[in-house]
Every structure is written in C-alpha cells, then in structure tokens.
Design a protein around this ligand. Structure first.
Ligand code: COA
Length: 174
C-alpha cells in the first residue's frame, strides 16, 4: 500500500483529535475515558514540538490521514532523558496494511538519530496485535504489571516492552 509519512502540521490537528478520541471511546490502548478537545490536542502538539519530539502522520494514496505515531519523555526526571515512550495509532479501517509498522520504523529511526538510548512501549496486556508488532521490530518484553489500570469496569495489565537503540556509555557527571 502506498503510504506517505511526514511531520504533523497544525492543519492535521482535527484528524489527530479524531483518531485520539476514537481510541479513547473504543480501545483499551488509552487508559482514559476522557475525550480531548481541540484546544487540549493543540497544547499537546505544541509541547511535543517545543521539546523536539516527533509527531509523524501516515497518509494513504488519497492523502487521508491513516494514523500517527509520536514519542515523548518516559518519566519526568533528568535521569530518564535518553529514554522515550512512544505510541502508534492507525484508524481501524486502515489496520493490517503495514501502516503501524511503517510508523514505528520511522519513530525508531528518529529516536536513534536523536541519540535516544531506549524506547519503551507500554501496551495493554490483552493487545496481542501491538505486542506482535513491537516484537517483530525487536522490542523485548521486560515486565508485566498486573491490574495497574482500569477502564470500562475492568482491571488492565500493562506490558512494558523495550528496544535498546545503541551501545553508548551513559553520560558522565560534569
Ligand atoms: C497496533 C497497531 C498500531 C498496528 O498497526 P497496523 O497498521 O494494523 O499493523 P501492521 O499492518 O503494520 O502489522 C504489523 C504486525 O503487527 C501484528 N499485528 C497487527 N495487528 C494485529 C492483530 N490485530 N492481531 C495480531 N497481530 C497483529 C502482526 O504481527 C503484523 O505483522 P504481519 O502482518 O507480518 O503478521 C494498530 O492495530 C492500532 O492502531 N491499534 C489500535 C491502537 C493500538 O493498539 N496502538 C498501540 C498502542 S501501544
């Protein structure tokens, strides 16, 4: 399938909001039932841009937005500066055509180029498709946290998968 990947623009925010809120409504991939407003998505996008973190959109042959991927800080302490956590979403009608793979390959390349050491995926324990996608690209499961979330009246387990991007030594104290 012809797929075009590029940096998200402000003009993509309506579509990004729609994909995000579809996931909030219908999936256990996002552990919230609170849909976002355009203002909230805009604020997220501006923070991503200011931090130099990517938001990559995938467009199909008709130029329609088919999905997106992004990464950001794993945890808000400087010791985690070389670790990122990412997410990838593909519209249901566009799934199974390699778009998720293309987005994740692009995020891995961007993170590697940015000198990131480790990428983390936090995946709902029942999301076998996402686990498979990540394992195919070299991610290794490093932890299963049982019942650390809930949605729609069910407990949710969190699988943590990680990909080491380089063999560099840790930054040394100044
Ligand atoms: C998970 C997701 C990103 C995969 O994107 P996609 O475009 O459908 O995936 P691809 O077509 O690139 O498939 C890549 C691999 O993922 C696996 N996979 C994807 N969906 C799958 C499913 N429903 N069941 C089993 N395996 C699946 C397969 O191993 C596939 O490789 P293969 O075709 O060689 O078997 C997409 O299904 C999605 O957005 N789901 C909802 C949101 C979500 O779960 N995001 C991830 C949060 S961590």
């Amino acid at each position: 399938m012809a797929i075009n990947l590029c940096n998200a623009q402000v003009s993509d925010l309506d579509d990004l909001l729609a994909v995000h809120n579809d996931a909030v409504r219908n999936l256990d991939a996002l552990w919230t039932s609170q849909e976002q407003t355009l203002a909230q998505r805009t604020e997220w996008f501006e923070k991503q841009t200011a931090a130099g973190h990517p938001v990559v959109v995938a467009r199909d042959k008709d130029d329609a937005l088919a999905g997106y991927g992004s990464y950001g800080s794993f945890r808000d302490k400087s010791g985690y500066d070389l670790t990122v956590e990412h997410s990838v979403y593909v519209w249901p009608h566009a799934q199974g055509r390699g778009i998720g793979t293309a987005l994740l390959v692009e995020l891995i390349a961007r993170a590697r180029a940015a000198g990131i050491h480790t990428m983390i995926a936090g995946i709902d324990g029942r999301n076998a498709g996402s686990v498979r996608l990540h394992e195919t690209l070299g991610f290794v499961e490093q932890g299963l946290l049982k019942e650390v979330g809930f949605k729609n009246g069910r407990w949710l387990d969190l699988r943590l998968l990680a990909l080491r991007l380089n063999d560099c030594d840790p930054p040394q104290p100044a």
